[in-house]
Design a protein around this ligand. Sequence first.
Ligand SMILES: [Zn+2]
Length: 488
Amino acid sequence: MKTRTIIGLEIHVQLKTQSKMFCGCRVAFEAPSNGCVCPVCLGHPGALPVINRRAFELSVLVGLALNCKIAPFTKWDRKSYFYPDMPKNYQISQYDFPLASEGSFDVVVAGAARPVRIRRAHLEEDAGKNVHDAGAGTHVDLNRAGTPLLEIVTEPDLVSGDHAYAFCVELHRLVTYLGVSEGNMKKGQMRFEPNINVAIEADGVEYRTPIAEIKNLNSFRAVRDAIAFESQRQIAAWTDDHGYVFGKAPNENRGWNADRGVTEFQREKEAAHDYRYFPDPDLLPIRVTPEALANFRDQLPELPQARRSRLQSQYGLLEDAANTIVSDRATADLFDAMVVAGASPELGAKQFVNTWQALAKDQGLTIVALGVSGERMAKLAILVEKGGVNKTAATTLAEVMLTRPEDPESLAKELGLGLERDAGATEAWVDEVLAANEKAVADAVANPKKAKAALGFLRGQVMKLSGGKADPKLVGELLTRRLEQLLQ
Ligand SMILES: [Zn+2]
């Protein structure tokens, strides 16, 4: 028996707009319940919707970034359903003319790029929220009703929980890079819903299990774990009962229970026609002219994947460093500013990741929130590069720079962190170490097998004696000269 998991994703991205999709109400969930509502989003009869231009523009940017075709003509449809959190009894969405379609997005898994086709992306409005208050019953909060949502649907090209995980992380990075969404998953600003089934090959016949759509995934890890669980569950269900196949057994919605690590049955899924889609008579279609489309293309920033490749090809950074630097746009911008200000990319990247990033992590901040400009970071990198301070001192300096505005060079002087360039002082350290370590000196001079190790040891002793202030290069030169003298 051979199995292959087939996964498609539906992703809802809450767009970062000031107002809702079809009315002027503020998008503000922290407001008191039902504090941001009006006749339009409350669904009062006769209230007329108006399209949020910004939401449409942001959606087109995402479509372009996902290499989609942007529809020259797109329209709005009503999706009918009855539920207390949607008082109009329909949701405005886009059915047969989505604003973007036929895209593709590369995701790197285990070092290899695996493209995922994007079927479509369309705009719709969010529903409100039912708040279940133990004892007080359930009430409805419509602050969220009418919030612009971009729904992105992939083709079933994802093959595993890990693949889906990588896709979700990369897509999240993309939308936050574009600035179209805050992307906070805990707040539901980005929701991932995988559709999963399994192709099972047994006795030369391929069977397909029914499709399950998984809900309640509020972290990337939940996406990965739920997929891994669900594909095993479906295989086991088919093994128990060969009638559990697509078309015979119903497709279903299942919810992820993170505490138990299982998916749980919610309900059987309706077919699309149950929603009775039809064009919304209150809203005009949108036409995107070639000029408008060219204008949108000009607005696209350098995207994360392109940026990562540029850091690797232009600056010769390793994949890990490039990944860390490109983790979000502000971080990547800061690094670029550091290089523009004169830091060498290689040393700059090391310091950026090992010193600054580590410092930020210690403080529970992002590197940008440390408040040190790229220019000042560059000054520290340049100081290390020209031998003004060693790496240990640079770490200390970085910490001091968080609270002091002076240049790292003057701080190094003030704090006595600069390297000792005076040959006299260094010579004295070298002599002291040579006198105290006869065995190592003998090895360095006369034992070819141990000479290299002995020299390293002696150099380490001098650095230690100097309290890290000796210039390693000068120490090396002086040591070699002294040992050569001993040979003669
Ligand atoms: Zn409203």
